[in-house]
Ligand binder design. Structure first.
Ligand SMILES: [Zn+2]
Length: 355
């Protein structure tokens, strides 16, 4: 089974079209009629859509992806720009309504709710995706707790070979947005402690990153892939990462991710807008035995670690921002970052403070 990941795409600009035609070509070359796309949010820049009939649904989604068959579904999540505001309901509901109508009409955009799950099964391999609304500032405390409780129960219940969680905001990142804010940090930690999963994916920062984060005794891979529609050239700072996080790859180039799943591994490939392969990484399946043991152990120590982990992660973050070293080779990181920066410079680019 294979699928694509694409984030921060809804600009309606040339960059979105470049990435769209690269994916279209890749799908055709690989004869991937059964594939699908995980949309990582910021679907419509700058402030989402004002109604279900907003023309931006056409100019920033339907047109850019018109050469991709309607059979290939985009499972979208909500980014900060899709709300258009920092708190409250904002414009996100129009995207949900659009998603419901689009699904009924058997079109591409799928978004039944602000958070939801879906399952894919092909050739004895099953993956369940848990799509989050990570805009916790737009949700009430009760809504956040409800989301956490419902999703963690569903993750725990899932019998899929792979359990993949995604949302718009970064958990760890060396670029402009940095690591998760305290509220989200706590939410994601809690979710993992209640019900472990195999991978967390997001957009928000307009680059590609693969980070192995230590959480408890586990290593959890994190993917950032927000290069579907806008280029920018923010300075990066590897010191944003704490010493528990290991940066494996970083690139500022436009493009997308392609993931091939077998029962034992997920093969992640990052490609640029010309379909040049930038990086390939294998995520190996944790043994089931360990997985169950870890979940049990965590559940027992949950209440103790809950109060600790919050302050701990916060102080870690503060330390990290003051310039604590990380395990990764900074030299090679700087090399790859400056290489990708110089490539980006040669293109015209659009910048936005609130990406
Ligand atoms: Zn964003």
């Amino acid at each position: 089974m294979d699928f694509y990941i694409l984030g921060d795409m809804g600009s309606g600009e040339i960059h979105q079209y470049l990435v769209s035609s690269a994916i279209e070509k890749h799908i055709k070359e690989n004869n991937n009629e059964n594939t699908f796309i995980c949309g990582l949010g910021d679907n419509i820049y700058e402030k989402g859509c004002k109604s279900i009939n907003d023309k931006q649904f056409i100019s920033k989604f339907e047109h850019p992806y018109e050469n991709i068959s309607d059979k290939i579904k985009f499972y979208m999540c909500i980014g900060n720009h899709d709300y258009g505001t920092y708190c409250g309901k904002g414009n996100a509901q129009h995207q949900i309504n659009y998603g419901r109508r689009s699904e009924k009409q058997d079109k591409k955009w799928i978004m039944p709710s602000n958070y939801y799950t879906y399952k894919k099964k092909q050739n004895d391999i099953s993956i369940e995706f848990f799509v989050l609304d990570t805009n916790l500032d737009n949700l009430t405390k009760e809504e956040s707790i409800k989301q956490l409780t419902e999703i963690s129960k569903l993750i725990k219940k899932s019998k899929a070979n792979w359990k993949i969680v995604y949302g718009h905001h970064t958990w760890r990142s060396i670029a402009g947005h940095g690591n998760a804010e305290d509220k989200l940090e706590h939410f994601l930690n809690e979710l993992y402690h209640l019900s472990p999963f195999d991978l967390y994916m997001c957009g928000h920062d307009h680059n590609k990153q693969l980070i192995n984060m230590k959480i408890g005794t586990d290593i959890l891979p994190l993917i950032v892939c927000g290069t579907g529609g806008k280029v920018y050239d923010d300075p990066i700072d590897i010191n944003f990462l704490d010493e528990k996080s290991d940066m494996k790859f970083y690139s500022n180039n436009l493009g997308y991710g392609y993931i091939k799943a077998t029962k034992d591994k997920l093969i992640v490939t990052f490609l640029d807008e010309n379909n040049n392969v930038e990086y390939i990484h294998e995520i190996k399946k944790k043994s089931k035995l360990n997985y169950k043991k870890m979940a049990k152990r965590r559940y027992r120590s949950k209440s103790r670690s809950r109060s600790k982990s919050h302050t701990k992660s916060h102080s870690k973050k503060v330390k990290a921002r003051r310039g604590k070293r990380v395990k990764s080779s900074k030299k090679s990181m700087r090399r790859s970052a400056s290489k990708s920066r110089s490539r980006s410079r040669s293109r015209s680019r659009s910048r936005s403070r609130r990406r």
